[in-house]
Write a protein that binds this ligand. Structure first.
Ligand code: FES
Length: 379
């Protein structure tokens, strides 16, 4: 049964064969859902509001000059980038107010490239907003798919092209062309891969930890008495002599930064009862254990300690290490436990390293397990 409501034909769903309704649109089938364009009035486009530059030639000229000015500044900044790239010593250091010591070469490249991009963006936006046509237009969509005849014709043409190229009969050409095109990627990829920077070499085998080095709280630089470390407490520590500004003044900014990257250690006191491995107990002191904070995935600082679960979390890719079980990986992309720093106490009761790390810290790398390179303890 069909009835008319609000100008539309409504069909009783229990009766799929509606009565004939002469008021229904000729293009709509009886029972079909009304199209959106039938149900809602097209609000149309808002009236076009001319901009100043549309009506005033002087305003248009002014806008044009502003756009030209922005593009010109961009071009000058690009030239300045090239000049800076070749003219400035890459190791040139200087002080910037509020930042401290910086590499002026990097600052110059960053500022000139940033200015160049910024002015291109601003120029394009200003051009579009003031001078480009801004009348709203509607482009009606048409069916996207080609009809069957066209698709058949394209298929025939492709098939004809494949046969006439004779590649199906000349396998040598096909193979050599494939090889040439495949290897063509090498000149593009090689400079990127080869330019990734120096290989780590023995850099991750050595840190500033050695027997007798006190563990100092970072950044205060205070030594830690074992008696003051309560169960569940956490300390971020660095080797004595490598903490904060004192390290920069004594060793220089570069060495201090390198130490900060490699020597950072987390110290936690656990209940000795929950420590699962004898080695972990032996390398700790009455439940106090110390581990490298450099993630064995790609080197982020693992600094989030969950006191209830005794898990250490890496914020970068969520690798999770179990502190009660040799800091083994229990979740995430890291593949190796965090290296443990053996510790003990000195004559005054302060916590000190009982030796260096016994394995390279940080991420895996190609030579890591090559026999003979691990000059410390290969176990
Ligand atoms: S760097 Fe730690 S999980 Fe990726």
């Amino acid at each position: 049964m069909a009835r008319t409501k609000g100008g539309l034909t409504v069909t009783n769903p229990t009766n799929p064969t509606p009565d004939h309704d002469s008021t229904a649109p000729a293009t709509r089938e009886h029972g079909a859902a009304p199209a959106l364009t039938d149900r809602f009035e097209n609000p149309g486009l808002p009236p076009h509001v001319p901009r100043r530059a549309d009506d005033d030639p002087k305003a248009a000229r002014r806008a044009e000059m502003q756009v030209v000015g922005l593009f010109t500044i961009s071009a000058l900044a690009s030239i300045a980038f090239v000049v800076a790239y070749f003219a400035i010593d890459p190791d040139l250091k200087g002080y910037l107010l509020g930042i401290g010591e910086v590499n002026l070469y990097h600052v110059a490249l960053g500022v000139t490239m940033g200015l160049s991009l910024l002015c291109i963006g601003l120029g394009a936006i200003h051009w579009a907003k003031t001078l480009m046509p801004d009348e709203e237009v509607v482009e009606e969509r048409h069916p996207q798919a080609s009809d069957d005849d066209d698709r058949l014709a394209v298929g025939r043409q492709l098939s004809h092209g494949w046969r006439s190229s004779q590649l199906n009969r000349r396998a040598a050409i096909l193979g050599s062309a494939g090889g040439a095109l495949g290897l063509f990627a090498l000149p593009l990829v090689l400079p990127v891969v080869a330019g990734l920077g120096p290989r780590p070499g023995r850099g991750l085998y050595t840190t500033n930890w050695e027997e007798g080095t006190r563990l100092m709280i970072d950044p205060s630089g205070a030594a830690i008495r074992a008696a003051d470390v309560t169960q569940g407490s956490v300390f971020h520590v660095m080797p004595d002599g490598w903490v904060g500004h004192a390290a920069v003044e004594e060793h220089g900014a570069e060495e201090a930064m390198l130490a900060k990257a490699k020597d950072q250690v987390i110290l936690v006191r656990l209940d000795p009862e929950i420590i699962q491995s004898q080695k972990q107990r032996d390398w700790g002191y009455e439940g106090i254990v110390a581990y490298s904070k450099v993630c064995t995935h790609v080197g982020c600082p693992v600094a989030l300690y969950e006191q209830q679960t005794h898990h250490l979390l890496c914020p970068c890719h969520q690798s999770t290490f179990d502190m009660t079980d040799d800091c083994k990986v229990i979740f995430g992309p890291a593949k190796r436990p965090l290296p443990q720093l053996p510790i003990t106490v000195d004559g005054e009761g302060y916590i000190v390293a009982a030796g260096a790390f016994r394995e390279p810290i940080g991420p895996s790398f190609w030579e890591r397990n090559r026999p003979g390179l691990l000059g410390v303890d290969e176990t």
